[in-house]
Design a protein around this ligand. Structure first.
Ligand SMILES: Cc1cc2nc3c(=O)[nH]c(=O)nc-3n(C[C@H](O)[C@H](O)[C@H](O)COP(=O)(O)OP(=O)(O)OC[C@H]3O[C@@H](n4cnc5c(N)ncnc54)[C@H](O)[C@@H]3O)c2cc1C
Length: 488
């Protein structure tokens, strides 16, 4: 039931159509741009078998061993176990990866929560989502997320421009539906499958729309073409850019050129109500692991900043301590939201346990909106040396190395090589191309900030504040009484 790293590698050597920098990729497992991310995903699979980590990375369900990330959550302990598994992965790999499967699979659980709506359309659709959820648990594939289309001119309806700007169905056949369009997708080129659904766009408010489409897309299906952005790996030596070279999660424009989706992989089709439901509930579960990644990011930034001021002896300055405290307040705010969201978790319409929605989504906004400011604070604490320090080769060369040895050796404890290594890590974390990319990833990869605020608006219980202010002002019951009755 649970795969090994090599089984995963074998599964993506399947003739998929992958391109990067104008080059066709024959094997993503060995290509230098993809290999580091593939190796990390493979390591996560192997951690499921490794005696040191298997108990954390897996769980037993009805006598079967399954991946912790895909296990359905029914209890608070299930969420604690998921959180622990991810922390174990990040520590093991010594960095941060987001799109490795556990963070996207929950999107399918959200759709399953809408099984009554799917049943209204066609009971086969609710059977399909249920089967796919269990298939992920059974087969342990690497599952990613396909939401965002190119979208084109937003002042026009998709029907009034190139219709492929939003993914849509072009034909129905006995074997399934034929779809056309494109999606932006992190990690698609080295994953097995994606849950495709409509993006946030004006895809029409008609009851039936060819744009209201949810399905599973297999990454090697005929007509699926992955056109990847340039990678960060190999741009500069690993010693100087350790994160760029090891943790680049390559993004893809996944072109869907008349791709056949067999009926068993169609999760909904045509019904705008199902599309509206999934857009409103998409991150019900998956926001948790996404926000948790920001906690890891916070820890790495705090660690880099603190080691820097320890190396330079600035850590005893009151002003420096206050800046570190600001970072800690942000970090603990994220931690508090995650912890409380599980402590006050709620039963979903389908009997799963979902983190407290209001606390989870306010936590996501807290984590993401403060991230740029906190990254800047960490950059400030690391000092300008992160962007002016020469590279490892200069430290090694006899002509230049002796000078760098002299100026980067701080005292008996802090030798030049440790100083160089820390500055290289900090540079790649907060000051490199890769650092900018990660910041943009956090901004957009789980939909843009306005959608995060919309999720807060939908899930916060406004009645408490309304009632409190109503009483304080001594307002009449004419409006509030009716509202209360409606809510009850
Ligand atoms: C690194 C990275 C990785 C990604 N990975 C994935 C992935 O794995 N899967 C996936 O499906 N997508 C992925 N995305 C895509 C991501 O979901 C989109 O970038 C995001 O949804 C925003 O869409 P857009 O880029 O087309 O911006 P646009 O839709 O053009 O929006 C740009 C800005 O316009 C404003 N705006 C637009 N519409 C509205 C509105 N209705 N109300 C208010 N303001 C609005 C907002 O300020 C918004 O930020 C990724 C993106 C990045 C950057």
């Amino acid at each position: 039931m649970i795969r090994t790293g090599d089984q995963y590698r074998e599964s993506i050597r399947d003739g998929r159509d992958v391109w990067i920098n104008g080059e066709k990729v024959n094997d993503v497992t060995t290509h230098p741009s993809f290999k580091p991310a593939v190796d990390i995903r493979a390591r996560i699979y192997d951690m499921q078998h490794d005696a040191a980590t298997r108990d954390v990375m897996t769980a037993e369900v009805d006598g079967d061993i399954v991946a912790q990330g895909s296990k359905l959550p029914y209890t608070q302990d299930d969420w604690h176990a998921k959180r622990k598994a991810i922390d174990t992965v990040m520590y093991d790999i010594g960095g941060i990866v987001t799109r490795v499967g556990d963070e996207t699979v929950g999107e399918m659980w959200s759709l399953w929560d809408g099984k009554d709506i799917l049943n209204e359309i066609d009971h086969r659709f609710s059977e399909n989502i249920e089967r796919h959820i269990h298939q992920v648990i059974k087969d342990d594939p690497f599952h990613v997320s396909a939401n965002t289309d190119p979208k084109g001119d937003r002042s026009l309806r998709p029907q009034d421009q190139d219709p492929d700007m939003l993914t849509h169905v072009v034909k129905e056949t006995d074997a399934g539906i034929i779809i056309r369009g494109a999606k932006y997708e992190t990690a698609a080129a080295y994953s097995n499958q994606a849950f495709l659904k409509p993006t946030i766009a004006n895809w029409g408010d008609a009851k039936l729309s060819d744009y209201a489409l949810g399905c599973i897309v297999h990454m090697n299906a005929p007509g699926v073409k992955h056109i990847c952005r340039t990678g960060f790996t190999g741009r500069a030596p690993e010693r100087d850019y350790p994160l760029s070279n090891k943790f680049d999660e390559v993004d893809t424009v996944m072109v869907l050129d008349d791709v056949l989706i067999p009926w068993e992989d169609v999760l909904f089709y045509q019904h705008t109500r199902a599309a509206t439901f999934i857009r409103a509930t998409l991150h019900r579960y998956s926001a948790f692991p996404f926000v948790q990644r920001t906690l890891s990011f916070a820890d790495m930034m705090i660690g880099a900043a603190l080691w820097n001021v320890k190396q330079t002896g600035l850590d005893k300055q009151q002003a420096v301590m206050e800046k570190l405290a600001e970072l800690a307040v942000w970090r603990e705010g994220i931690n508090a939201h995650l912890t409380a969201a599980v402590a006050t978790a709620e039963e979903s319409p389908n009997g799963l346990l979902m983190p407290n929605q209001s606390l989870l989504f306010t936590g996501r906004v807290h984590a993401m909106t403060n991230l740029p400011k906190m990254m800047h604070l960490a950059r400030e604490l690391c000092g300008g040396q992160i962007c002016v320090t020469p590279d490892a080769a200069a430290f090694e060369h006899p002509e230049t190395g002796k000078w760098l040895e002299k100026f980067y050796s701080i005292n008996d404890s802090w030798i030049a090589e440790d100083r160089r290594k820390l500055l290289a890590l900090a540079r790649d974390l907060v000051n490199s191309d890769y650092a900018g990319h990660r910041l943009t990833f956090q901004l957009f990869a789980q939909s843009p900030p306005f959608a995060h605020l919309a999720a807060v608006y939908r899930n916060f219980d406004w009645n408490g504040p309304l009632e409190f202010a109503h009483k304080a002002a001594g307002l009449s019951d004419r409006v509030w009484g009716e509202k209360k009755q409606a809510a009850e």
